[in-house]
Ligand binder design. Structure first.
Ligand code: PLP
Length: 371
């Protein structure tokens, strides 16, 4: 089989898996208990927080462990906006974790504006400049789009937010572990990340919250995560997340070069087969290839590839029940005759050059069979 849906989730790194085991089987003590049996867990949590903070240029006390990207996005948006008299600005190309959290604060009376994106799925800083007011409390724009991989001009967007007295949050779920991410260089106040997108376990992530940011707690209960996110710590998964992030960051450059090569092989091969397609996005995140194929239907391509044991995605994999054209493809205004035939191939650590060529060959077979 060929798994090429790494933007949806990645396989767990073996070192990360092995780092988890002692905290599941031997050192299983509750890390918040005061006795000596919990010392190993406590120490591991401290080290993981330090490792993760270092990789994004943060302080350890600015990292808050969560259950993943969805929770981090919800916390950042609701924790700032629920009960606020201010308004907020986000974009039309966000993941549903952000869009639906915005809908929730809208129901509480918060005004939310949705910035458009250009043909390459990029939110233009000018658009933010036009809409931002002194009443804007929060701006939330993703670092890299999950459907097409476009990287956003975060430094410029955050500067505009700050010049107008607003906080800046970014959903960096697709970026962390795949591209350099520094919260200080980019002037980010809050950043969401999720371990399963960088070969860590599912159900664990973090929210970076800049020191001094006034945010409401996500969950009330025990004193974990500085009293802001109660609940017994998932030590094993947190440790594995730190190992996976460290490993991805150490090999970032070589991974990027390898993934770019796979992209090129696939694209060249499709062109050689005379497939009429548009490659979407600004080629930001390495390995993320969104193709809109003329005259095809994304769902059909996905199922035909599935029969060949090739696993890719249409639109957004987090939303596979929604069969209509995704909000991102709509926001980018992909021409109608191409839009329906959109699929996303996302290569990762396990993919080879042969995989890239095989996927292109399989797509050509399917398309030529339709003629
Ligand atoms: N944000 C983006 C950009 C994503 O791609 C995803 C998952 O696909 C999420 C948020 C949700 O993350 P999680 O699956 O950890 O809840």
């Amino acid at each position: 089989m060929i798994y090429a849906d790494n933007a949806a989730t990645t396989p767990l790194d073996r070192d990360a898996f092995e780092a988890m085991c002692p905290f599941l089987l031997e050192n299983y003590g509750n890390a918040s208990q005061p006795y000596s049996f919990s010392v190993a867990g406590k120490k591991a949590l401290k080290q993981a927080r330090k490792t993760i903070a270092h990789r994004i240029g943060a302080l350890p006390e600015e990292i808050y462990f969560t259950s993943g990207g969805t929770e981090s996005d919800n916390w950042a948006i609701k924790g700032i906006m629920a009960g606020s008299h201010g308004s907020m600005i986000t974009s039309q190309i966000e993941h549903h974790a952000v869009l639906h959290a915005c809908n929730a604060v809208e129901r509480l009376g918060v005004r939310v504006e949705y910035l458009p994106a250009d043909r390459n799925c990029v939110v233009q800083p000018e658009a933010l400049k036009e809409r931002i007011t002194q009443n804007t409390r929060l701006v939330s724009v993703m670092m890299a789009n999950n459907e097409v991989g476009s990287v956003q001009p975060i430094a410029e967007l955050s500067r505009i937010a700050h010049e107008n007295g607003a906080l800046f949050h970014t959903d960096a779920v697709q970026a962390v572990g795949h591209m350099e991410t520094d919260v200080n260089c980019l002037e980010i106040d809050m950043l969401s990340a999720s371990a399963h997108k960088f070969n860590g376990p599912k159900g664990i992530g973090f929210l970076y919250i800049r020191k001094g940011t006034a945010i409401q707690p996500y969950a009330d209960g025990g004193a974990q995560e500085a009293g802001l996110r109660a609940g017994t710590e998932n030590v094993a998964s947190i440790v594995a997340m730190a190992v996976a992030l460290e490993k991805n960051c150490e090999h970032m450059q070589e991974n990027q070069i390898r993934l770019r090569k796979l992209e090129q092989i696939m694209e060249d091969r499709l062109r050689a087969e005379n497939i009429d397609f548009i490659r979407n996005g600004n080629r930001g995140i390495p390995g993320n290839i969104s193709l809109s194929i003329r005259g095809a239907e994304g769902e059909m391509l996905l199922h035909r590839l599935d029969l060949k044991k090739i696993y890719v995605s249409t639109g957004s994999a987090c939303d596979s029940k929604n069969t209509e054209i995704s909000h991102v493809i709509k926001a980018m205004k992909v021409p109608d005759e191409y839009a329906e035939g959109t699929i996303r191939v996302s290569f990762g650590a396990g993919n080879t050059e042969e995989d890239a060529a095989d996927i292109a060959r399989a797509l050509a077979e399917i398309m030529n069979g339709m003629k």
